[in-house]
Design a protein around this ligand. Structure first.
Ligand code: 4NP
Length: 151
């Protein structure tokens, strides 16, 4: 299975989701491919935010080699499952995908934690370091659910 995690900048939230789910998939001997992308291009080519890297390292996950990439319409064809980390990201994916986008493959990430949820993972970009641990924990809980559901 090929899974793509998507947020706005691809430097704060989706890199954590990529790193966490990849580690869990490996631990469960699942042959999944997990990547991430952003709906805006401001940070293309950059490594994850230092606070995202730091919280992941504290949890034993090295995401330092990830680089921000821009979501393209073709990614929606290439991946089996695309997770929008937030509601505004879902809307941006719809726009990038255009009229024939396979939106049946695109899900709100937190709908895997609570069925039917329209909640978003908070964007820690505008806050200080204290915002990153709750974001990490929310992502981790949700990734456990994804592993349980699809493994
Ligand atoms: P992310 O956070 O979507 O979780 O990577 C953001 C990073 C950068 C910006 C917005 C959100 N920005 O506007 O540059």
């Amino acid at each position: 299975m090929k899974i793509l995690m998507v947020c706005l900048g691809n430097i704060c939230r989706s890199p954590i989701a990529e790193g966490v789910l990849r580690k869990m998939a490996k631990e469960n001997s699942l042959d999944w491919i997990i990547d991430s992308a952003g709906t805006n291009g401001y940070h293309i080519g950059e490594a994850p935010h230092p606070f995202s890297q730091k919280i992941c390292i504290q949890k034993g996950i090295d995401i330092s080699q990830q680089r921000a990439t821009l979501l393209l319409a073709r990614h929606l064809e290439e991946y089996d499952l695309i997770y929008a980390l937030a509601a505004d990201v879902y809307q941006a994916i719809e726009k990038i995908g255009g009229t024939n986008a396979p939106m049946h493959k695109v899900k709100l990430f937190l709908s895997e934690l609570h069925e039917g949820s329209t909640e978003s993972v908070p964007d820690p970009w505008y806050g200080d370091e204290s915002g990153y641990l709750p974001v990490y924990e929310l992502i981790e809980k949700t990734c456990h659910k994804i592993i349980d559901k699809y493994h």
